[in-house]
Design a protein around this ligand. Sequence first.
Ligand code: NAP
Length: 371
Amino acid sequence: MLRIGFIGWRGMVGSVLLSRMLEEKDFQDFEPIFFTTSNINGIGPDVGLDIPPLKDAFDIKLLSSMDIILTCQGGDYTKKVYPELRRHGWNGYWIDSASALRMNDDSIIVLDPVNRAVIDSGLSSGIKTYVGGNCTVSLMLMALSGLFASGHIEWISSMTYQAASGAGAKYMKELISQMAVLGDASRSLLDDPASTAIAIDEVVTKELRSNNFPAENFAVPLAGSLIAWIDSPMESGQTREEWKGSVETNKILQTMKPIPVDGVCVRVGAMRCHSQGLTIKLDMDMPLEEVSEVIEKGNQWVKLVPNDKESTLHSLTPAAVNSTLTIPVGRLRKMLMGPEYVAAFTVGDQLLWGAAEPIRRILNILIEQLS
Ligand code: NAP
């Protein structure tokens, strides 16, 4: 029976992964072994099986006995353990949610509804390392997989509205703490029907600029504001998040001629859904009905949202999409720049399709392959 080691299963991505695996009844026909970096011999998660106490996630000998290792522990863990394991001759499959190995020549970025052919060719050529993609990139590709497959995309500009969860659990909590502070400060004015919006704004602005405002993680307010910078600077003037748009898209698709993807990535006060406003430059004047049809047929999770107010308000928001696998694409229209320019807006849960789901699916692909 296959032995599969799980590391990082209690973190944010790991726990979403486990809950999806339980939902899909994935825990069968393999022996799961759960590891920890902080609680050796502790009790593992309830996956409906008898499982041994937690093992040491740095035990190279034990890790070497796994057929597959799946880690959602983070880049530092990967950088420490992965090279050591390979140096010791371990030749098993490594599945990872961290970015550390994403751009290695001997790794494949997985998003099987979009790049199953790339994965299959990697499997047959002996690639052993499979890494989840950047959340924003994966969500954009899920939304536009049909259009990418049509071969008519010349370039894309993606302006993002990214959720707090992309930064980690403590950032999500800080966002809500910030909202609570603003709510508490304006409570009496909100309760007074005679109070003005300007008076409330004065109170809110004072709080946002106060030195006591809770911003240990974000460094500045996100609630009632936004942050037009995600990750570290690149020499190009892009942030690393913006840089990933093009390099990861082209690696995932293994394009012969790179398709430029660029834009401004912005953190907004959403919890776990990233949204993106897209300008798509096609290489032809494709009728809008055809564009819609091609997008809709891309994969079973894409849902086309009619370009009207009612549908947009109800279906094309983080509030509607949170915790679901649906990838709505709406606001589709031709732009003033010319008949080859299409506007679109899409939303997706960045902990599901943006992180845990591609990892869950590659695990099943590998299990099927190895069984
Ligand atoms: P995380 O929530 O910080 O969890 C990572 C590890 O922290 C856990 O496995 C756990 O390890 C330890 N930990 C310490 N205190 C904890 C606590 N109170 N609750 C839960 N775990 C705790 O990390 P993550 O956000 O899931 O990200 C994991 C990796 O996936 C990172 O490389 C990240 O860049 C990548 N990723 C994240 C996202 C995202 O949306 N957050 C999206 C795509 C990829 P022990 O059990 O061993 O102590």
